[in-house]
Design a protein around this ligand. Structure first.
Ligand SMILES: NC(=O)c1ccc[n+]([C@@H]2O[C@H](COP(=O)([O-])OP(=O)(O)OC[C@H]3O[C@@H](n4cnc5c(N)ncnc54)[C@H](O)[C@@H]3O)[C@@H](O)[C@H]2O)c1
Length: 479
């Protein structure tokens, strides 16, 4: 194995700081860790008392995935939609699991659930505008909190999450499933093995035509041409709420699927951090045109002014000198892409082209080679041994890996690998991009949500070091 210069440099830097033996979780407040350790798993049986807030498309998927994992009892679910609750209950019954208690009837029924159920853990998968207040309440109730993406929509909300974690000592895991993708983790292994040299620049984004999801006929998840075009309270699932953000805001509304895996490669909050960002927005045409094309001549949404630029690009500057270009493009017709690119001093990976080029190593100078053999060679250990049925799980098994990690952290009282500071900084791109665009694309500073702790090396943030992590099959059987 090649000497890993990045690790060597990091360890040397840590030694220089006089913190040579930093323990796992050193980045979190020790007060927080101590408080969390004191709370026993409530059932006393080594099983997790689990609650869900929001069991729609995503939360319902998490319920299904959870039913495939042992040691978890779904004791309560909360949602304001009868349809979402009915589907979740049906799936729980189908798995022969005990019927959960249902909390509904009010937007704040989740408070009742948190107060009464003494939950070990909670997963929140509601509309974005609800995330931070629900997570704050869950942490205050002592439940290890898993939160869907993005964790929050404003900087104030991001600080609420950080402050509540530090005050209560309760962990928050940011459920950014893109960080568990097989390809992303293989690239992480390549970066750790110094294949691309010292990293200079990365590109990522969320380029996904979600126009059909933002409107529907109130019955189906995606809009089908010819059906009534509905939006807001008359519609179904994300069409009830997601498009409203494109009316009220102008920025990168959904940055974390892209920035999560890149933050891991760049060791963000593990000796590096985002310093500043500047953003640009194109004009907004996609959603208005969709209404013109599908809504009919008198559709009320024809008068709507859509505010969010169809393509928003943000450039982030990092403390260790790297730059990252993040793109948001969800209102245009296009196949789905993530715009991955990782450029180092020795070579680069271009994910959307499924290609790699390594200086003095690739067979033909100045020409791409296929990524395939590299993905096999650097496959992450958590994915090895998978195949039998994993591809049938949601997002090809990525969600299963994510929830295994979540429940493993809950039951073993581990600090979250993608923690409250990651949740805050990755999600903050949304409001920071809005601020930059509103002020004429000026650079805006990232708050340091870690209050200086980002500089420390935290071994567990390397994401389950390959040599220490059992493969999928062993984990599956053991859990
Ligand atoms: N990581 C991923 O791959 C992925 C995929 C899809 C969605 N998501 C995220 O998951 C979250 C939920 O998205 P979704 O697609 O499931 O949306 P959805 O609209 O299908 O589901 C949201 C659910 O929350 C419920 N809800 C709304 N307000 C509530 C309240 N006050 N109390 C209780 N329940 C409430 C709704 O009734 C609905 O059932 C979003 O943050 C979204 O960005 C992530």
């Amino acid at each position: 194995m090649e000497i890993n210069r990045r690790n060597f440099v990091k360890k040397a830097a840590i030694a220089g700081l006089g913190t040579a033996s930093i323990s796992v979780g050193a980045m979190n407040t020790t007060v927080a860790d101590e408080k969390q350790k004191k709370k026993p798993i409530t059932s006393g049986s080594g099983r997790i008392r689990m609650g869900f807030i929001g069991v729609g498309n995503r939360g319902g998927g998490h319920v299904l995935t959870t039913l495939q994992i042992g040691k978890v009892d779904i004791v309560a679910i909360c949602d304001v939609s009868e349809r979402s609750i009915a589907t979740a209950k049906k799936n729980i019954a189908k798995a022969n699991a005990p019927e959960p208690k249902v909390y509904t009837g009010s937007d704040f029924a989740f408070m009742d659930m948190l107060e009464k159920e003494n939950l070990d853990a909670v997963i929140i998968a509601t509309p974005w505008e609800w995330h931070s207040r629900m997570a704050v309440a869950a942490m205050k109730a002592g439940a290890y909190t898993g939160i869907e993406v993005p964790a929050c929509t404003t900087l104030d909300e991001a600080w609420d999450l950080v402050n509540t974690h530090e005050e209560t000592g309760v962990e928050l895991m940011f459920l950014e499933n893109a960080c568990y993708g097989r390809e992303s983790l293989a690239i992480l292994n390549m970066v750790r093995e110094n294949l691309f040299g010292e990293l200079l620049h990365c590109r990522c984004g969320y380029l996904h035509d979600l126009r059909g999801v933002k409107f529907n006929d109130g019955l189906e998840y995606n809009y089908k041409p010819g059906q009534p075009l509905k939006f807001g309270k008359d519609a179904y699932a994300e069409a009830q709420w997601r498009g409203l953000h494109s009316i009220r805001r102008n920025g990168d509304l959904y940055p974390t699927h892209g920035i999560g895996p890149i933050a891991m490669l760049l060791d963000i909050h593990n000796g590096n951090r985002f310093l500043s960002l500047s953003s640009f927005a194109s004009k907004a045409r996609g959603l208005g045109k969709y209404v013109e094309d599908h809504g009919g001549a008198n559709h009320p949404l024809l008068k709507t002014k859509w505010n969010c630029g169809d393509i928003v690009t943000s450039t982030i500057n990092c403390a260790n000198g790297e730059t990252v270009l993040v793109t948001h493009n969800c209102n245009s017709p296009r196949p789905k892409q993530s715009d991955w690119l990782v450029q180092g001093t020795k070579g680069l990976w271009a994910g959307d082209w499924k290609s790699i080029y390594i200086d003095e190593q690739s067979p033909v100078e100045h020409q791409w080679e296929s990524q395939e053999s590299y993905l096999t060679k650097y496959d992450h250990k958590i994915w090895r041994g998978t195949g039998d049925g994993t591809e049938d799980l949601t997002h090809g098994g990525t969600d299963y890996m994510e929830l295994l990690d979540f429940y493993d952290s809950v039951i073993n009282k581990k600090p979250a690998i993608h923690d409250v500071y990651d949740a805050a900084a990755w999600s903050a791109i949304a409001e920071l991009s809005e601020m930059s665009i509103a002020k004429g694309n000026i650079p805006v500073d990232f708050p340091d949500f870690t209050r200086g702790k980002w500089i420390k090396y935290r071994e567990d943030k390397l994401f389950a070091p390959d040599e220490k992590f059992p493969p999928f099959t062993e984990r599956y059987l053991k859990f």
